[in-house]
Design a protein around this ligand. Structure first.
Ligand SMILES: [Zn+2]
Ligand SMILES: [Zn+2]
Length: 274
């Protein structure tokens, strides 16, 4: 698996000059499986550039990979890039979209709310790409040899951590997750067990989180605790606060590496081979 970060910023996209080395786009991670298929985690504004890249490849090769798109949840910063995702306007692309189901509303309805005519001129049903939506509940799924596990974690509304296993490698994506004051959410530790790479929410510092309890995010220190307790190989700090400058992000990375050396800052454009 090759994991590429297209959007790493939490909450709001930004163009502030002192934050662009880390990146200004919101959550989007590409997981390349093989030439025929890809997994995409969330559709924040980072998915726009990923889409351009996919279309360029398609124009060169004439082949469109099948896309499996998993949504941690439907807050704006995880869905708002979708309408700018070029493959949705091209009939050759086939995509399968998975997100947390609700008791009385389908994921598709919640997700496509952003494309109501008041907000966007193209209805989801008029998009030329082939699209199928699925309500996910907690549990394990099999997709063409890819094992996916969805686990609920603490966040306003319903949000999932995903564990993806393929070819003997494991990636865990745990963004927009909060822990308890003084103890970790054991579900996240369990689902991250011995992953090759854990991508974990690291929006706040210890000082900041005091005023943000209940907002659904972690400190970078909690991300490290999860990584250590779960015995993961590498940790990516993710979903950086929109007020955090490059300088402050790199200072956190340095400090984090002192505590847990295989930690790195998720930055827009970098790839990790598992
Ligand atoms: Zn978010
Ligand atoms: Zn959220």
């Amino acid at each position: 698996m090759v994991v590429r970060f297209w959007g790493v910023r939490g909450s709001s996209p930004l163009t502030d000059r002192d934050k662009l080395e880390v990146g200004g786009n919101t959550s989007c991670v590409e997981v390349s499986i093989d030439e025929e298929k890809k997994i995409i985690l969330d559709a924040g504004t980072g998915i726009r550039m990923l889409g351009k890249n996919l279309v360029q490849e398609f124009q060169k090769t004439g082949k469109a990979p099948k896309l499996y798109i998993f949504f941690s949840h439907t807050h704006w910063d995880h869905i708002q890039g979708f309408i700018f995702f070029a493959p949705i306007y091209i009939p050759a692309f086939e995509m399968h979209l998975f997100g947390p189901g609700r008791a009385n509303r389908h994921f598709a309805d919640v997700f496509s709310g952003q494309m109501q005519y008041d907000y966007w001129p193209v209805k989801i049903s008029h998009l030329p790409a082939k699209m199928a939506f699925y309500d996910l509940s907690e549990g394990g799924y099999q997709l063409e040899g890819i094992k996916v596990q969805a686990k609920r974690h603490i966040h306003p509304g319903i949000a999932y951590t995903y564990r993806i296993e393929y070819g003997g490698k494991t990636l865990v994506y745990a963004t927009d997750t909060e822990h308890f004051k003084g103890s970790l959410d054991e579900r996240v530790v369990q689902v991250a067990r011995e992953a090759n790479l854990l991508i974990h929410d690291a929006q706040y510092t210890d000082e900041e989180i005091e005023a943000k309890l209940g907002w659904g995010h972690s400190t970078w220190g909690q991300a490290i605790q999860v990584a250590q307790q779960a015995g993961v190989e590498k940790l990516a700090l993710f979903h950086h606060d929109p007020d955090r400058t490059d300088e402050a992000c790199f200072a956190i990375e340095k400090e984090a590496q002192r505590i847990f050396p295989p930690t790195f800052l998720a930055r827009e454009g970098i790839s990790v081979v598992l």
